[in-house]
Each structure stands twice: as structure tokens, then as C-alpha cells.
Design a protein. Structure first.
Length: 336
């Protein structure tokens, strides 16, 4: 069988060869999702096979619904990590700042960067970036198989969880034949699709349904129904007994409406807003819209954070930017 990632393999080999005897910090991003946590677990266990001391580091705690893949894995914040020199490998982080200021200061020169985001510019000594991939876990699964690295049951379950979350249960445009091939390989090595589906999608707290109700009720349509924007106002988490991790997946409801090309979720906080963007087609490049507000991500899925602004103030600015993006894409399509 042909290798899955022949173009990335040299950088991955160089990364492994660059690791000496120092302990390794496998760093993930803020508000970690399945792809982030799954990637960290897989890399940590792979490096331990090579005799290295490894710690997973995140600025935020592991979300409730992802704890089934962490098992005995310990996750620390940069502040909790014992003093000493570490080789840092960033996973699923589009840029060096994605893991937060404390991690960036602690690990100013990462040894490795393994990622699939379109906006990744390569900020480490060794960059294993494949932007055509659906998930960082897809890249890792392929590289592990290409390099004959043993994938144990825990690694397989973590990698499978990352793939299923970042492909939207194999529904998103990034889902390819290779994705299914690698998912099958992981199942063959111990990943359990039934467990993953139940833990990820069938154990929602009652408060999340109330959160969803509030989000749906806030929808406004723009651009003749091609843009749908919803807002979660400050205080909604207290009202519903939820927290920020319970917003996972909500933005997809705005995109799922017939005729909508771009959906958006604006989360209002005491110090600003967090925005999530989703597009039906990669041509809409919502990562470019997010970049206007110091954000980034994928062509079909992107995020942003803006300080010192309310949702009421930010919504018209976001709608204007999305309308301009639709106009640019429409103009390019008509000129072809």
C-alpha cells in the first residue's frame, strides 16, 4: 500500500530524531476539542514507546465528553507543569498563540508542530502540516502507519475520536476516502465506534438543550437567507447551568438551515465575544473572514475572539464582513 503522508514523512522523521533525552510537553490549544485531545494522547503514548518522559499540556481542562479517551493520561496547565527544560510539540494548533500566552512564554521555540489548519504558517523547528487533511488525528494515524509505529487501543480510540469530531461524524466536506480507510484501520486496532458515538453525542446535560433553545431563538437571517447568525448573551451559562464547553456543535445548527451558506455563533462574555463560523462549501473561506478579526481556522470552519465589544456591537460588523465575502465569491463564480 502507498504511504498515506509521503510529503510529511521527512518532517515527522526529523522531528523524532530531534528529540533527545529531555522530557516532552505535548501542547494543545485552548478550549480543546476531540481532535486536540485525541492528538495529544496519541503523540504522548507514541513518545513513551520511545522511552521519553511526556506530559500533556493545555490552558484549559479536558471537556467532560472527552474524558473517556484520556483514561490514565494526566493533563496539566503550563502553570502546573514542574520546572525544567522541555521539548515542546504543538498539536492541532494553527499558530503559536493558540495554546495561550503562558504556553508561548514557557515554550518559545517549539520543536514540533503537527497540524491541519489552512492558516498554519509553520512556527516550529519541524512542521508536519497537511492542510488537506480533515483532522490532526488523521495525519497522526497515517504517519504512525507509514512509520510502523504501534497503535495501541488507547491511541486508536483517541485518534478515532479526533477524526469523528472534526469530520462531523463523517459528514463534512473534508471527509475523504482516506479518512474512511484510516478510521477502519483504527477500529481494527481497538477503537470502538459505539463508545465514541455514545460518549460524544448521546450524553448531553439537560442544560445544553436549554442553551440550544436560546441559541435557536436568537437566529437572524441576512443576505436573502444565505447567512444565519445566532447569539448567546452574557449570563446564559449561569441561567442554564452550563459552561463554555456546552457550546460545542451548536453553530452547526445555523449552517443546517436550507439555503444558508454560512452560519455563525457569537458568544458574549464579560470582556468581549467569541465567534464561530461554519460554511457549506470551502469556496466561502470563512477562515479569511475570521482573520479580519484576528482569528483563523479552516475554509469551512473558523473561529475568532474580540475583546472589549458586545454582541450587539459586533453582530453588524460580522454580518457586513460575511456579506462582502459572499459578494466576492459570487463575483468570482460568475466570472468563470
Amino acid at each position: 500500500m502507498a504511504p498515506y503522508y509521503p510529503d510529511v514523512a521527512p518532517a515527522f522523521t526529523a522531528l523524532l530524531e530531534a528529540l533527545g533525552s529531555r522530557p516532552v510537553a505535548v501542547v494543545g490549544h485552548a478550549r480543546p476539542d476531540g481532535d486536540c485531545i485525541g492528538s495529544q494522547i496519541a503523540v504522548a503514548r507514541m513518545l513513551r514507546q520511545r522511552g521519553l518522559e511526556v506530559t500533556c499540556v493545555n490552558p484549559d481542562t479536558v471537556p467532560r465528553r472527552l474524558r473517556f479517551i484520556t483514561r490514565d493520561e494526566v493533563f496539566m496547565t503550563p502553570a502546573d507543569l514542574p520546572a525544567g527544560e522541555y521539548d515542546a510539540i504543538y498539536v492541532d494548533c494553527a499558530d503559536h498563540a493558540r495554546a495561550g500566552k503562558a504556553a508561548r512564554e514557557r515554550f518559545p521555540q517549539p520543536v514540533g508542530n503537527i497540524d491541519h489548519h489552512l492558516s498554519n504558517v509553520g512556527y516550529a523547528a519541524h512542521n508536519c502540516v497537511a492542510v488537506q487533511s480533515a483532522a490532526t488525528c488523521e495525519i497522526l494515524a497515517g504517519l504512525f502507519l507509514d512509520h510502523d509505529i504501534v497503535i495501541d487501543e488507547n491511541m486508536a480510540q483517541g485518534l478515532y475520536a479526533g477524526i469523528i469530531t472534526d469530520t462531523g461524524q463523517f459528514r463534512f466536506a473534508s471527509t475523504t476516502h482516506q479518512v474512511f480507510m484510516l478510521a477502519a484501520e483504527l477500529v481494527g486496532r481497538g477503537a470502538n465506534p459505539v463508545t465514541a458515538g455514545y460518549e460524544l453525542y448521546e450524553r448531553e446535560p439537560a442544560g445544553k438543550l436549554q442553551l440550544l433553545q436560546r441559541y435557536l431563538a436568537s437566529f437572524t437571517m441576512h443576505g436573502e437567507g444565505r447567512i444565519c447568525v445566532g447569539v448567546l448573551e452574557d449570563g446564559v451559562f449561569e441561567d442554564t447551568g452550563t459552561n463554555q464547553e456546552d457550546t460545542e456543535g451548536l453553530v452547526d445548527y445555523s449552517r443546517s438551515i436550507d439555503g444558508v451558506d454560512i452560519g455563525a455563533l457569537i458568544e458574549e462574555r464579560s470582556d468581549g465575544i467569541k465567534g464561530s463560523l461554519r460554511a457549506q462549501d470551502p469556496k466561502y473561506r470563512v477562515d479569511q473572514v475570521a482573520s479580519l478579526f484576528n482569528g483563523g481556522g479552516h475554509a469551512c470552519a473558523a473561529g475568532l475572539n474580540v475583546k472589549g465589544v458586545t454582541a450587539k456591537e459586533f453582530r453588524p460588523k460580522l454580518v457586513e464582513a460575511l456579506m462582502r465575502q459572499l459578494a466576492v465569491v459570487d463575483g468570482a463564480t460568475e466570472s468563470v
